[in-house]
Each structure stands twice: as structure tokens, then as C-alpha cells.
Ligand binder design. Sequence first.
Ligand SMILES: Nc1ncnc2c1ncn2[C@@H]1O[C@H](COP(=O)(O)OP(=O)(O)OP(=O)(O)O)[C@@H](O)[C@H]1O
Ligand SMILES: [Mg+2]
Length: 305
Amino acid sequence: MSSVANSSSASSLPDYRAQSPAVAARFARLRERPVVLELEHLGRRFVGDSGPVEALRDISFRVHRREFVCVIGPSGCGKSTLIRMLAGLDEPSSGRVLLDGRPVSGPGPDRGMVFQGYTLFPWLTVLKNVLFGLQMQGRSGASAEAEARQWLELVGLAKFADHYPNQLSGGMRQRVAIARALAPNPRVLLMDEPFGALDAQTRAQMQTHLLEIWRNVDVTILFITHDLDEAILLADRILVLKAHPGEIHEVIEVPVPRPRSFAQQQSPEFQATRRRLDELIHPAAAAPAEPLPIIRLTQAGDDVE
Ligand SMILES: Nc1ncnc2c1ncn2[C@@H]1O[C@H](COP(=O)(O)OP(=O)(O)OP(=O)(O)O)[C@@H](O)[C@H]1O
Ligand SMILES: [Mg+2]
């Protein structure tokens, strides 16, 4: 771990590692919970067009039951590769993933996934999209339908059961995707930038919805985001990765108490965490970015500067 960043006398912010007694007690309890997901020395190499790429190196991390972990890091640091391996959609080159102590090999109903793109089946109604996961488990009939309707209720879409995805807004579609992922009762919900395509206001609503859903469901969440404030608002712990190769940079225990709300964004502990993430993700431009080559595509740009 790198040097103490927030202890400077010039700063009025607390150390981002300082925790109130209530927050410290919560983390102590969290550490006592069973480990649901264990990543053991996980590595992934690809053979790209310009030679081998070491996307991830030696990732070891444990996620406890009902923990909410956010993963952040610069583009290309291996976040999606990591979540794909957890989902069983890709295989590690080294190391392994354990779910409830058992090695993961291939996808399974114990892991639900929500991606950024809208992945609903456009030819199925909202209800049938949610039923789909249950049917994959061999469930059918009135009890499966009743359960699917309950999930729609939980995400606030009971009235839209008979709509088709193209009749819904982006936020509503992602709520259906969450209901569909949760319906088979997965142990872990894996989310890869699920709100990345939404406008700021919808995104904020979805963050609130997701926290509410998580409070009501026994599920462990691993959530990838580029948005630092989103990570602080949602997470118990934030796994910060660095790129080339993708390695763990730091694991931050978010010192902001729960229940969370947007009002806490002004709090000293939120701000201190935000500043630490900024330092990790956007290190003070020691080397300014290479200027892009300017290619003039039109003749009309002469008078704009
Ligand atoms: N199938 C593949 N073949 C070759 N290289 C790959 C493959 N998939 C990923 N990579 C490389 O692995 C690295 C990590 O990619 P990944 O998509 O996991 O990054 P990411 O952190 O999700 O990025 P972003 O924030 O842009 O979504 C990148 O250098 C990428 O080019
Ligand atoms: Mg990605």
C-alpha cells in the first residue's frame, strides 16, 4: 500500500482509512460472514494481434456474504475480463475462482449477470424475460409466474409485465435485467457497468433502486464502474485495479455509514475517499497526456480558436 495520502496538515479532510466506531464495527461483522466468492491468484493472458497481453496478474480477493464490492480502474485494466471469469464465460490462465468453496467451471444459475448493453430478449414480454431464468432451471407453471411477478414488483415494474422491452426506458430495461438476473436466486450478482449508458438522473435513480433491492435480497454484489462517486455510494469495499498488467492497486473500505444517500456526498469521509480514488485513478499528471495528432477534416475550422 502506498504512502499516507490524507494526513497532510494542509488538508481539512480526514484520513480515508479512518472509520467511525459504527462503521468499524460493521466491517468487523462483515469479515465474520462466510466467504462466498474467492479469487485465488487469478491471471489471464491473451494472444493479441501485436503479441501476448497480460490482462490480469495475481488477483487474490475474498468477497463475503451480502457484501457489495465495486471494482474500478482505468480502461483496459481487466475489469470485464475479471467479471467474465467469475461468470464462467472465460477461463483463467492461472489461479482459480471458488464459489462457496467450490471451483467455478462455466456459467451457472448461482451467478446472475447484468451488463451495460440492454440484453433483454426483445421478442419476449417483460414478464417472460424474467420467467426465462426460472424456466432455465426447469421451473414453470403458476408458481414460477407468481415468483417472476414478485421480482417485477421488487424492481417497481409490476404494471409493465406485459410490455415489450422496446416500450420501456433505458432505466426500466435495466431494472428488468436486474429482476431477470435475481429471479433464479443467485449467490452472486455480477454487474459490468450496468448504468453506464444511462443519463445522469436515471443513473442516480438506479443507484438508489439497487441499494434498496440489495437491502431486501440475500445476494452478494460485484459491480464494475468507471464512476468514482457511484463506487463510493454503493460499495462496502472498492477494489482498485491498475493496468498493464491488471493488478490490485488498493482495496478501500468505504468509511461512509449506511444507509447511504446522495446527501452524504458532501460528508468529509465521502470526500476523503473520493480524493483517494482520484489519486489512484488519475495520478497527478506527472507526464501530461501525449497530444493527439491533429487531422483537419474540414476547411471550416479556421475561425474557431
Ligand atoms: N479476447 C481478447 N483477446 C485479446 N485481448 C483481449 C481480449 N479480451 C480482453 N483483451 C485485452 O485485455 C485487456 C483488458 O480488457 P478488459 O476488457 O477486461 O478491460 P476493462 O478494464 O473492462 O476496460 P474498459 O474499462 O474499457 O471496459 C485489454 O488490454 C484488452 O485489449
Ligand atoms: Mg470493461
